[in-house]
Ligand binder design. Sequence first.
Ligand SMILES: *[C@@H]1O[C@H](CO)[C@@H](O)[C@H](O)[C@H]1NC(C)=O
Length: 325
Amino acid sequence: MATPKAIVGVLSIGQMGFGVAKLLLAHGFHVITNVGDRSFATQERAKSASIECASSDSELVAKADYILSIVPPRDAKATAERILNIFNHEVDPRTGKKEQLYYADLNAVSPETARNISELFQQEPRCKIRFIDGGIIGGPPSPTPDTGGWKRPGIPMSGPHPLSDAPIAGRELADTLNTRYLNADIGTASGLKCTFAALSKGFTALALQSFTTAASLGVLPELQDYISEYNPSAKVRAEKGVTGCPPKAYRWVEEMNQIGQCFELEGGWPASANVFRSVASVYEQLAVTVEERGGAEGMDELEGALSALTKSLKDGNDLPKIRID
Ligand SMILES: *[C@@H]1O[C@H](CO)[C@@H](O)[C@H](O)[C@H]1NC(C)=O
């Protein structure tokens, strides 16, 4: 086997992380992860794709040239702390490595969260990590068999250490990941991702409220007729959004809070105008519905999604105190 261009740690191997890992493997990078605490299915999935499974975070930190953090937004900080911990407790986890470790936070968080995570690393003098702020726009990478290429999401990045300047195949990694460098400030890339996601996920939340309300009034078919005739571009988007979001709703709750924070702190919108705090509670309602049913099965069709949500609203499962995970 040819020498890999670089060793890239991917935490963790969810849908997006797995897609990114496969994209990197197909382009001559070595991918390592630590799935020790994950389900058997995830471990098997990683192994079957030739992703190296480190036995500990220390091993991951010792081997990797890069770490990509790709986790649900609420786990972004804890994931950074996991890596930081390795530098706190061990002599020098990077013995034998000449180059500094790059850590790219690609999670859907607000600029302030991204800055706070970056500061965590800076506060620990022994932790020589180059932090990159990033966000992933679009779905997981997937091969396109007809062209032999890949369909890739876009990854805006920012911060003082451009990925393409990184010494170990940085330029190739930046190109393979379809990145775009914005500027030297931590937070810009996360903010750009927030402003993008606000439109797609915000619209879907409106569609959920609109459609369930029309269903309760008994006029959903008529609403759909009028949308088809007078707002046809909204029809496809709304239906695709509503049927696609149930299994992801639990992750989107925190993402919507982060967008709200971005609009407040970066956009200057007062808390009283903060639509995204409310959007978060729409997805919380949906996440609770999914959890109560024991899964999102059948909710990938409009009818199934709306009837489940309408029923849970009628039952008065008004906002939840239960764990969403
Ligand atoms: C970021 O850190 C500051 C200072 O510790 C804190 O006040 C703020 O709440 C944090 N923000 C987020 C989003 O974690």
